[in-house]
Design a protein around this ligand. Structure first.
Ligand code: FE
Ligand code: ZN
Ligand code: FE
Length: 204
């Protein structure tokens, strides 16, 4: 009977999975940067693309510190997240809405990575791989910062612009000004969901 796999085996598996995920993400981030309309969003994706290349180098050093040859093993999880991002980019959205969707897709990827690196750091520490743990922690911090940057971009205008684009479209279709006052002042409150309700109310 073959010996049961150890935590060390599982750790190496996860490292190979993550190595492959980072490689897939370098291609995806380049496409997401190109698809962005907001210059700030494009810059955020480009900056994280550079960081991601550094993360791959860092994983090389992690493997080295463990006397293992760096190699990847196809990551189905990130492949699925990237696939969903691709279908969003193929949809016919206006620029602002597409930017909001790119942020949503990007944050799915960052959270997936945060989960992976969180586990890797914890396991590395448990097994006494201090050098590996420190390197992996640096990447975990970068993933968290990238996620926060995307939240900040979403909340500092991109989501609201996408919401306003939708309300602008409704107003043109309605072509009515009379019932505007109340619902419009309500929509200033910034809740994205109010757009549809406003349109229904004023068409009554
Ligand atoms: Fe990464
Ligand atoms: Zn994976
Ligand atoms: Fe990342």
């Amino acid at each position: 009977m073959a010996e049961a796999g150890t935590l060390q085996d599982a750790f190496l598996d996860e490292l190979r999975d993550t190595y492959d995920a980072e490689k897939q993400l370098t291609k995806a981030l380049a496409k997401m940067a190109k698809a962005s309309s907001s210059p700030d969003l494009r810059e955020a994706f480009e900056t994280h693309l550079e960081e991601t290349r550094g993360q791959i180098d860092r994983l090389d050093r992690v493997f080295e510190s463990l006397d293992e040859k760096p190699r990847g093993k196809h990551c189905d999880g990130i492949a699925g997240i990237i696939e969903e991002g691709k279908s969003i980019m193929e949809e016919d959205f206006d620029e602002d809405t597409l930017d909001a969707c790119l942020i949503a897709a990007g944050q799915r990827a960052e959270h997936y990575e945060m989960a992976a690196y969180g586990t890797l750091v914890a396991w590395a520490r448990c097994m006494g791989h201090e050098e590996a743990a420190d390197l992996l922690q640096q990447t975990l911090d970068e993933e968290k910062a990238a996620d926060e940057k995307l939240t900040q971009l979403a909340e500092s205008g991109i989501n609201q612009q996408a919401s306003d684009a939708m309300q602008g479209g409704d107003e043109e279709e309605e072509g009515e000004e009379e019932e505007e006052q109340q619902p419009a002042s309500r929509s200033r409150g910034g809740r994205a969901a109010s757009g549809a309700a406003v349109a229904k109310r004023s068409s009554r």
